[in-house]
Design a protein around this ligand. Sequence first.
Ligand code: ADP
Ligand code: MG
Length: 397
Amino acid sequence: MSFKTLDDIGDVSGKAVLVREDLNVPMADGKVTDDTRLRATVATLTELADKGAKVLVLAHFGRPKGERSEANSLAQIVPSLSDVLGRPVAFIDDCAGEAAEAAVAALPAGAIAVLENTRFHKGEEKNDPALVAAIAKLGAAYVNDAFSAAHRAHASTEGLARVLPAYAGRAMEAELTALEKALGQPERPVAAVVGGAKVSTKLDVLKHLVSKVDHLIIGGGMANTFLAARGVDVGKSLCEHDLTGTAEEILDNADKAGCTVHLPYDVVVSKEFAANPASLRTCNVHEVAADEMILDVGPQAVEALGDVLKTCKTLVWNGPMGAFEIEPFDAATVALARTAAALTKEGSLISVAGGGDTVAALNHAGAAGDFSYISTAGGAFLEWMEGKELPGVAALG
Ligand code: ADP
Ligand code: MG
């Protein structure tokens, strides 16, 4: 995977540079409730502005489906972005067209401006060459800094890279470098932790990983389907019984590829899905009663899994080991996350994790800060774990 970065962009002084960022932040009552994505833009936007470029930020916001709407206007993000950047941010109320061209011409060198929601144009999601050409007229170069939108081949994520000199921004560069270390050319042995609710949402991830990693640790609700495939009675647990055949196939393929699959052998069960329930107990997977649910991996398995991580050089993690939102079913996720964090801190493990609930779980464990890299990309991260080529990344190559 080779791509140009801001190190290759040359002299941008006085030139307009189009930068695709992810400004799709959560909002409530007109306020940004989590500015993680805004903070991720700082390195690229300030570097280009400090080099004297007119920095034109392209992004989508929500799902306006090609129609203008106040609710989806990026104007409401501008004050928060300006706060995070610590400098003024202008707003241009279209990402293409004559008025936008005039506004860009009037911008001083070194200014940062957000252009209105790319999805106000129907051509954005269709990657329409006419829209691509119209946006491209605004700038002399294109920088893609939004890995989280790179799984979509849209005008602002893919099309522009085909018609302008294209570069990866600093956040994109960091993400691609981390992911390459984790699954592209990893130091072996490599372990993958895959958890979460269902096998069906992560089938492609599991299929891809067995051919890539040395140890596949399966936890969460999806472990139940694998246990059922091995003849374990999982009681009332979340389990996709129609997928036990697929689970068996994955286990067979792992075997052929020399990938060791780790399933829990003790589990934490309960009769109700509630915090600290009276019916809480820990047992062997073969002792789950008909009216019980498996809600977490047991302590003995967690200890053994920690020992597996100690033998590994690289870890990729997606999906919590249990129903971590409810105590004490966060125990396995928290313990394994802390082990991974400690090994990373010590320098013996490269650890990369991603996924909405996974990031929340690792934060809850106080472990996220010590991981080598935490991806907040969601869908793009999962597609990357499936081994798919992301169009926005491919277009940079
Ligand atoms: P991510 O968002 O990181 O990709 P998922 O959405 O796949 O992760 O999975 C997270 C969900 O899986 C959580 O809501 C968690 O409660 C649920 N989960 C994990 N283990 C179990 C279990 N044993 N039974 C039911 N739900 C579970
Ligand atoms: Mg989720």
